[in-house]
Design a protein around this ligand. Structure first.
Ligand code: HEM
Length: 502
């Protein structure tokens, strides 16, 4: 993949391309020819296994989608999605790969989001205390409205603590990063980031350092094991020789991993949250939500949604900024230091003035959306449109969007495969409606009636603060990066402290 922060399109070019694509969309969409959806599911059982093997072992994730897009000359087609037998009751999906058809998945009047968080299967409810937690509920279920409203109110109530608490957690991270680089000449960013993310989320909701609880410094590991057992059907270890593929496929993709493997870990976390988050659990009871149900929901929010999301997001952000190189680092440091000096500190309003820093965060979330899969079941017969055709999807069919293709749609984004740091500066902001990482457009907001991430603004804020605090301390850094089944793995090779003259 090529990375460029200098070859950015001009503002005029962006404006022209948006205007022309907008006018052509509106005139063309209504006249698009209706076509049957290409693609096939193959023989029952065998077709699903074949697609699973193509996806994990024969082709690979991105190639799986690219090969079918090319074969069918269409960004909308039928395929099976892993895991398939015996985990998924039905693995058939209609796959969407372009920016125009994808947003059907955000239309709650057209698609049902019941139990589709992980795709064509869901883990046993034992992983969540026997409850279907908020992220598995469709907005038409009254419980979704009450839980999501509750979450949005506890997040909003912690607003004043977002930045100062994150700064404290980052200082610890930077301290460890520097000392590891000094002693070992390298540092694994993922483990530092995970530890920092767990501390942040726990302290935000429990007003307490996890080290003062029985979870101690082990919180991130406990959540990792619990997450892995639920998400194993979607990944590969990626380290086994080919002849062990069959064994891996049997172990990870054929049967769900049972909850008892992580039961004691989960209840250690649950008990700790139960004891430490009493004030927000009191609030839940006042709203009519049972205390234990609220606590299982809180553990899921903290561990799956927030910690799990950060686990994918922060290394991804540092990877793209790191690979972009020294020139971008200088530009970011310059913007950040100038604004912080003029505004007298790192505040929501000073962050708003950092147009390059903001754009870099949006660009990272565009080029590598941390949660790449979205699913929804058609609530009725619907007609969807890609750039060049209309397709009918029948009531009950599963719709699946592979987001990295939608947000790298070449008909929307110029140089879609390149990391263009200033893509969203100035006029470029108009492209933010095509940034979908939060399960909604970047220009729209989460509500109790939709399924958009209620942590959307917090996540963008934390990514900005991470860059700001980084470039207030350091001039530049070098990393090595690779991609694993669940995201980016980043190793710091060097870090250059801020020159005293700057
Ligand atoms: C850090 C990066 C994060 C990413 C990438 C992320 C991404 C997402 C996505 C894609 C969804 C929709 C899943 C679906 O239904 O398909 C979602 C839902 C959700 N997220 Fe986030 N999220 C992040 C952080 C957070 C944080 C910090 C919180 C809370 C503090 C949070 C709370 C939630 C909740 C409760 C839902 C379910 C919403 C609903 O059921 O309506 N997330 N998130």
């Amino acid at each position: 993949m090529t990375i460029s922060c200098y070859g950015a399109p001009s503002h005029q070019h962006i404006k022209d391309s948006i205007m022309s694509s907008m006018s052509s969309f509106s005139s063309e969409l209504s006249n698009l020819p209706k076509k049957p959806i290409p693609g096939q599911y193959g023989l029952p059982f065998i077709g699903a296994i074949k697609d699973r093997w193509d996806y994990f072992y024969n082709e690979g994730k991105d190639e799986f989608f690219e090969n079918r897009r090319r074969k069918y000359h269409s960004t909308v087609f039928r395929t099976n999605m892993p895991p398939g037998p015996f985990i998924s009751p039905d693995s058939k999906v209609v796959c969407l790969l372009d920016a125009v058809s994808f947003p059907i998945l955000f239309d709650m009047s057209k698609v049902e989001k019941l139990n589709v968080l992980d795709g064509t299967y869901h883990p046993s409810w034992s992983f969540t205390g026997g409850y279907r937690v908020c992220a598995y509920l469709d907005p038409s279920e009254p419980k979704h409205t009450s839980l999501k409203s509750y979450f949005m109110s506890i997040i909003a109530a912690r607003h004043d603590n977002f930045i100062p608490l994150f700064q404290q957690c980052l200082y610890d991270l930077f301290f460890e990063l520097e000392s590891q680089i000094t002693t070992k000449k390298h540092s694994s960013f993922n483990s530092l980031s995970d530890k920092m993310s767990f501390n942040y989320v726990f302290r935000l909701f429990c007003d307490k350092n996890p080290n003062e609880t029985k979870v101690g410094s082990n919180g991130a590991n406990l959540f990792d094991k619990w997450l892995l057992c639920q998400l194993a059907p979607l990944g590969t270890l990626g380290i086994l020789p080919k002849f062990l593929n069959l064994l891996e496929d049997l172990l990870l993709h054929t049967f769900l991993l049972p909850f008892f493997l992580v039961k004691s870990d989960y209840y250690k976390l649950y008990d700790t949250f139960y004891k430490s988050a009493s004030s927000i659990l009191d609030e839940a009871e006042n709203l009519g939500i049972k205390r234990d149900e609220a606590c299982h929901n809180l553990v899921f929010l903290a561990g799956f949604n927030a910690y799990g999301g950060m686990k994918a997001t922060f290394p991804m952000l540092i990877k793209w900024v790191g690979l972009a190189g020294e020139k971008l680092h200088r530009q970011l440091a310059n913007e950040i230091r100038t604004v912080v000096k003029a505004e007298g500190g790192v505040t929501i309003s000073s962050l708003e003035k950092m147009s390059l820093t903001k754009s870099v965060v949006y660009e990272a979330l565009r080029i590598e959306p941390p949660v790449p899969f979205q699913y929804g079941r058609a609530k009725e017969d619907i007609v969807i449109q890609s750039h060049d055709a209309a397709f009918e999807i029948k009531k009950g069919e599963m719709i699946f969007g592979y987001q990295p293709f939608a947000t790298k749609d070449p008909k929307i984004f110029e140089k879609p495969e390149q990391f263009v740091a200033n893509r969203f500066v100035g006029e470029g902001e108009r492209l933010l409606k095509y940034v979908y990482w939060s399960n909604g457009r970047q220009t729209e907001n989460p509500t109790a009636e939709n399924k958009q991430c209620p942590g959307k603004d917090l996540v963008v804020l934390l990514c900005r603060v991470m860059l700001v605090e980084f470039f207030l301390r350091y001039d530049t850094f070098r990393i090595e990066a690779r991609t694993s089944t669940f995201g980016s793995i980043v190793t710091f090779k060097s870090i250059t402290p801020k020159a005293t003259t700057t």
